[in-house]
Design a protein around this ligand. Structure first.
Ligand code: NAD
Length: 335
């Protein structure tokens, strides 16, 4: 099987490429990534010379490139996206282009040039919007709160419509907040480690009571692989591991591990449209496809923090923005 992975130099993409090559020795992967904000070529140094792996620097919004690549593969796993909510508030257009039009370009390339290719669209729990109580199922209508989640929800709608209208073989995964190695330092967990190590204040939006449902990136990669292989065409699968934590709890746990004082925590004005809680019901994926998360939250949070401590050379080139600009949405765009 030959698979085109988009956004494979980012956090989830790089973990997914490594997972797939380990799990399926007979698979070939093409990774197309524009080497944008979330990318780090160092994420995949260890597989760069693997004969089953090819990297192509390119944009999923380029129709010629997508047609040429999709023509050669059996499946596409679309992981590429602009992903930071704060940045989407500062520059929404970039999110519409990359997330919605990028997905549309892939769908068109499949429709026109390789109708049999399977598409796995990697989406997010954020498309459902805020969960005041209970947990969202796949039947819950999307109600995105910010330009990032709106751009992902719009992409999902195109994906489903290409199944209904043109019969494309598509499935969607919607996952909760990921953490683990190789995550861009502007996200909560690596940012907390990096700033705490330098004894810098840790800005927390509002009172830090926003709840996110966390999942280890390895479990997410396994879920993507499972849905790619066994998911039904036209179906959505929620992915979650039932680890609902407030942001302040996550930060305090990391500070305790690093033996840094809680006085580093500073509360800053909340960002607009900040969802108070996300929560997913992933029983469909567990029941129908037999996926189960394997990681124990406390253990993998600890090992993730240790990974950042051991791999300072990896994140140092990315650390400047994180140190200088902890809350990007106020800056009217960073780049
Ligand atoms: N991180 C999470 O907690 C989380 C949770 C659920 C879903 N997701 C979804 O998973 C995907 C990956 O998230 P991530 O955290 O790894 O992001 P990331 O920012 O670390 O990586 C995104 C990658 O996509 C690439 N990219 C962006 N636009 C592109 C384009 N037009 N053409 C080619 N490459 C492009 C970037 O260069 C980068 O390498 C996203 O679709 C996101 O919505 C993420």
């Amino acid at each position: 099987m030959k698979v085109l992975v988009t956004g494979g130099l980012g956090f989830i993409g790089s973990n997914f490429c490594r997972y797939m090559l380990e799990k399926h020795p007979d698979y070939e992967l093409i990774n197309v990534d524009k080497v944008g904000i979330g990318a780090n070529p160092a994420n995949l140094h260890d597989i760069e010379n693997d004969s089953r792996y090819t990297f192509i620097k390119g944009d999923i919004c380029n129709p010629q490139l997508m047609s040429r690549l999709i023509h050669q593969v059996d499946a596409v796993v679309n992981i590429a996206a602009e992903t930071h909510v704060d940045r989407s508030i500062a520059d929404p257009n970039m999110f519409l282009q990359n997330n919605t039009l990028g997905t549309f370009t892939i769908l068109e390339a499949i429709r026109r040039h390789n109708h049999k290719a399977r598409l796995l669209q990697v989406s997010t729990d954020e498309v459902y919007g805020e969960a005041i109580e209970g947990s969202f199922t796949e039947e819950t209508p999307p109600r995105p709160s910010n330009p990032y989640s709106a751009s992902k929800a719009a992409a999902d709608m195109f994906v489903l419509s290409y199944h209904r209208t043109y019969g494309l073989n598509v499935s969607i995964t919607r996952c909760t907040n990921n953490f683990g190695p190789y995550q861009l330092p502007e996200k909560l967990i690596p940012k907390t480690v990096i700033r705490a190590l330098r004894d810098l204040p840790l800005p927390i939006y509002g009172k830090g009571t926003n709840i996110r449902d966390w999942i280890y990136v390895g479990d997410h990669c396994e879920a993507i692989g499972t849905v790619l292989e066994k998911g039904k065409p036209g179906e959505i699968y929620n992915v979650s591991a039932s680890n609902e934590k407030t942001n302040i709890d996550i930060v305090k746990t990391i500070l305790a591990q690093l033996k840094k004082p809680e006085s580093l925590i500073t509360f800053v004005e909340d960002r607009p449209g900040h969802d108070i809680r996300y929560s997913l019901d992933s029983s469909k994926l567990r029941r129908e496809l037999g996926w189960m998360p394997k990681a124990t939250f406390e253990q993998v949070l600890q090992s993730t923090v240790e990974w950042y401590l051991k791999n300072e050379h990896w994140w140092t080139p990315f650390a400047t923005d994180v140190i200088l600009h902890p809350t990007p949405w106020k800056l009217g765009g960073l780049r």
